[in-house]
Design a protein around this ligand. Structure first.
Ligand SMILES: Nc1ncnc2c1ncn2[C@@H]1O[C@H](COP(=O)(O)OP(=O)(O)OP(=O)(O)O)[C@@H](O)[C@H]1O
Ligand SMILES: [Mg+2]
Length: 529
C-alpha cells in the first residue's frame, strides 16, 4: 500500500501529517532525520508513518507497514497486553517513556526480536490524537550491560572468595566498597557502609592510623605495603596491607584500595621461634659456661690443694697470736676491737681455705658401715649452737629400724653440714629445719631383696629458690650470696654423693622452703644377690 493509497484511507490525520508543507512537510522531515526509528499511529493503532530507520531496524519496506497495526512490530507474546496499554495511553496521552521499568522488545520481519526503548508523545491534530513513537534499538547497550554485569560479578566473586580484607575508599576516606571478609569481621553490610568512614567502625586511635596510611598512599601515588594492627572481636590482629590509589581517566586519584592479609599467626610463630632460639642460645651459653668452669676446676683443684697447705700454717699462727693478744689486752682498750677483727678475719680466711681444700682434694670416700641416723645426729650437733642463736628449731624424723649404709661418714657429714648452712642462711629470721631419714619408698616389684636404700631429706622453711635458678645451684661458683658465699657448697655435696654412687636432688617453693634429698645405696655387701 502506497502513501497516497493510505491518504484516501485515513483522510484527516494523514492530511495533517502531510501538513501545510505537503508530503515533504517539516514534521515528516524531522522524523525522517532522526537517527532512531520513528512511527506515527492513529487512535486505532494503525501505522500512518514510518521513517527510513524503521525500515532498516525492523527489516520491512515502508509500504509493508503503513496501514498495518503497530503490533506488527511487537512479538506475538506481548501483543494482547500491548493493545490494552495502547488504548489506555490514547485515553490519557502525554509524553513519556513507554513501559517504564519494563524490558521492551521489538519484532523484526524475519521473526527475530530485539530489545528496544521507546518514547511516546501525543500529536494533537484537528482530526484527532495521533501518537509518535521513537524507537531505539538497544541491543548493543544491553549486550554491554550484560557483559559489564558479568565482569562485575566476576570481580565480586574474586573479592568475596578471598581470605584477604579488601576495601575501596574515596579520597575523603568514605567507604565505596568492601568485600565479604570485611563485612564479616567488622559487622557491617555493603550498602550501609557506603559513605561511612573508619571512624564509624574503629576506635579513634586505630581509625586515625588507617586514615593517615590511606592519605599517604594517595599522596605518594605508588602502591605501598604497610603493617597495620586492627582491633577484632578476639583482640588486635596484625595485617600486611597492600594499598594503591585508583585513578580516573585524567589520571587523578579518586579512591584508595587496600588488600590486607592477616599475618597474626605468622607473627606469633616468628615470635615463638625467636623465643626458642633465645632459650637455646641461653642454654648453649650455660653449657659452655659449665664446661669452662669444670675445666677451670681441674687446675683450680690442683692449685688450691697446694696453696691451702701454704696458707693454713701462717693463718694458724696469726690466729694463735691474735688469741694471745686478746687475753692480754683489756676489752675496754680500743686496740681490743682491732685484734678481735684480725682474729675473726683470719678465721674466715682459714674457713675459705678449708673449703677450697675440700673442693680441690678429690679424695675417694673411705667407706665404713655407718648408721645413717647417728650420722645425721652427730653432724647436726656441729651446727646446733648457730641454729639456736637464729631461732631455728631442728627436728629429726626417723621411723627406726633402718639399715646401715656403706659410706664415708666424714664426707657425708660434710655434705650435711653444707646443707644445714644453706638452710640457716635461707632462714635469717628463724624457722624449722627437718631432717628425715627413711628407707627408699616403693621397692621395685621384681626385686626379691629387701629394699634398704636410704633417703636423707633436709627441709627448711626458708626463702626457697627461684625456678630459674634451680638448674644452676649445683654448678661450682654459682651463688646468690654475693660476697658471703663462694658457691662451692652444693657442688662439693654433688661430687661426694656421686663418689658414693648416690644422688642429690632438690625441690623448692619460693617463699615457703626447700628440700634437698640425698639418696644413698645401702650396704650391699651383706645382701644376697
Ligand atoms: N636451702 C636453701 N634455700 C635457698 N637457697 C639455697 C638453699 N641452698 C642453696 N641455695 C641457693 O643455691 C646457691 C648455691 O649454694 P651453694 O651452697 O653451692 O653456695 P653458697 O651457699 O652460695 O656458697 P658456699 O656454700 O660456697 O658458701 C646459694 O647461693 C643459694 O642461692
Ligand atoms: Mg652453701
Amino acid at each position: 500500500m502506497s502513501i497516497s493509497e493510505r491518504d484516501s484511507l485515513a483522510e484527516g490525520p494523514t492530511q495533517w501529517l502531510n501538513g501545510p508543507g505537503g508530503k515533504d512537510g517539516l514534521f515528516r522531515s524531522l522524523l525522517e532525520a532522526l537517527p532512531y526509528a520513528s512511527v506515527v499511529i492513529d487512535s486505532e493503532g494503525r501505522l500512518l508513518f514510518v521513517n527510513s530507520q524503521t525500515e532498516k531496524i525492523f527489516g520491512y519496506r515502508r509500504d509493508e507497514l503503513l496501514g498495518q497495526p503497530v503490533e506488527t512490530l511487537v512479538p506475538e507474546r506481548f501483543r494482547g497486553a500491548h493493545i490494552g496499554h495502547r488504548a489506555g495511553y490514547i485515553s490519557e496521552p502525554h509524553t513519556r517513556p513507554m513501559g517504564s521499568g519494563l524490558e521492551l522488545t521489538g519484532l523484526r520481519k524475519d521473526g527475530t526480536d530485539f530489545p528496544v526503548e521507546i518514547s511516546l508523545s501525543p500529536l494533537k491534530t484537528e482530526a484527532g490524537t495521533l501518537i509518535t513513537a521513537i524507537i531505539q534499538d538497544v541491543s548493543d547497550r544491553k549486550r554491554l550491560e550484560v557483559a559489564l554485569r558479568a565482569s562485575e560479578e566476576r570481580l565480586r566473586a574474586i573479592l568475596d572468595n578471598t581470605e584477604a580484607v579488601i576495601y575501596v575508599k574515596d579520597t575523603q576516606g568514605r567507604y565505596m566498597l568492601v568485600n565479604r571478609r570485611f563485612e564479616k569481621l567488622f559487622h557491617v553490610a555493603n550498602p550501609q557502609i557506603v559513605g561511612m568512614t573508619a571512624h564509624d567502625l574503629f576506635p579513634k586511635e586505630f581509625a586515625q592510623v588507617f586514615a593517615e596510611n590511606d592519605r599517604k598512599v594517595i599522596h605518594i601515588g605508588v602502591p605501598v605495603a604497610l603493617e597495620e594492627v586492627v582491633p577484632q572481636d578476639d583482640g588486635p590482629h596484625t595485617y600486611i596491607s597492600m594499598k594503591f590509589s585508583l585513578d580516573d581517566t585524567s589520571g587523578l586519584p579518586y579512591a584508595v584500595c587496600s588488600i590486607s592479609v592477616d599475618i597474626t599467626e605468622r607473627k606469633q610463630m616468628e615470635e615463638s621461634l625467636r623465643e626458642s632460639e633465645r632459650r637455646f642460645r641461653h642454654l648453649a651459653h650455660d653449657q659452655e659456661r659449665q664446661l669452662i668452669l669444670s675445666e677451670r676446676l681441674i687446675s683450680f683443684g690442683e692449685l688450691t690443694a697446694s696453696l691451702a697447705h701454704e696458707f693454713n700454717n701462717p693463718l694458724g699462727i696469726v690466729i694463735g697470736f691474735a688469741q694471745d693478744l686478746l687475753t692480754e689486752v683489756d676489752p675496754s682498750d680500743p686496740r681490743y676491737q682491732s685484734v678481735k677483727i684480725i682474729e675473726e678475719e683470719a678465721r674466715r680466711c682459714k674457713k675459705v681455705m678449708k673449703n677450697l681444700l675440700d673442693f680441690g682434694r678429690q679424695t675417694p670416700p673411705q667407706h665404713t658401715q655407718t648408721d645413717p641416723v647417728e650420722m645425721v645426729r652427730k653432724s647436726l650437733e656441729l651446727v646446733s649452737p648457730r641454729f639456736q642463736k637464729t631461732g631455728i628449731r631442728t627436728v629429726i624424723e626417723n621411723p627406726g629400724g633402718l639399715p646401715k649404709i656403706w659410706a664415708d661418714a666424714q664426707q657425708m657429714s660434710q655434705v650435711l653440714v653444707n646443707l644445714y648452712f644453706n638452710a640457716l642462711e635461707a632462714m635469717p629470721r628463724g624457722g624449722t629445719l627437718t631432717i628425715g631419714v627413711a628407707a627408699m619408698p616403693s621397692p621395685p616389684a621384681d626385686d626379691p631383696a629387701p629394699n634398704d636404700d636410704v633417703i636423707i631429706s633436709v627441709t627448711d622453711t626458708g626463702q626457697g629458690i627461684e625456678p630459674g635458678q634451680l638448674s644452676k645451684i649445683f654448678l661450682p661458683f654459682f651463688t646468690t650470696k654475693s660476697k658471703k658465699g663462694m658457691g662451692l657448697g652444693l657442688s662439693i655435696c654433688k661430687r661426694i654423693m656421686e663418689a658414693h654412687h648416690g644422688k642429690i636432688s632438690v625441690e623448692s617453693a619460693p617463699g615457703r622452703g626447700t628440700t634437698f634429698s640425698l639418696y644413698l645405696p645401702a650396704d650391699r655387701r651383706r645382701r644376697p644377690r
